[in-house]
Design a binder for this molecule. Sequence first.
Ligand code: RTP
Ligand code: MG
Length: 138
Amino acid sequence: MSTEHTLVLVKPDGVARGLTGQILARIEAKGYELVDLKKFTPGRELLEAHYAEHEGKPFYEPLVAFMMSGDVVAAKVSGHRVIEGFRSLAGTTDPTTAAPGTIRGDLGRDWDLKVQQNLVHGSDSSESAERELALWFG
Ligand code: RTP
Ligand code: MG
């Protein structure tokens, strides 16, 4: 076993659409553990730190505004190769082309042209996971 921890966010579209339970159930069904959970509306400071790598990109401001638009559920998730495993469960960024069977492919929508509302975030590497878990869970 190579146990890792990752940060999963159910974004405001997922919480507002009542999909939090379904999304967390898929994570548990895969065999990952929900170590810690919290629900709140994140502030700009936290989001700017979280999305620092995207500063200056055309979708950056709409993304930060979208993420501040309502409650998110942040989850600290552990499991064998969970960083890569959750990215695989989530599917690719664009919900229209994300594979069926994935969270984004089955449930995501990209009707808002400014930013892809793709339901979830998952850390993309062990360095990102460590940095993001420190930001969201201290
Ligand atoms: P995430 O960070 O949320 O897990 O998603 P990701 O790695 O698949 O995507 P990333 O490239 O890191 O982009 C972060 C989030 O920005 C929004 N986005 N919108 N052109 C667009 O409309 C666009 N591109 C990116 C998405 O919400 C994406 O998840
Ligand atoms: Mg990303």
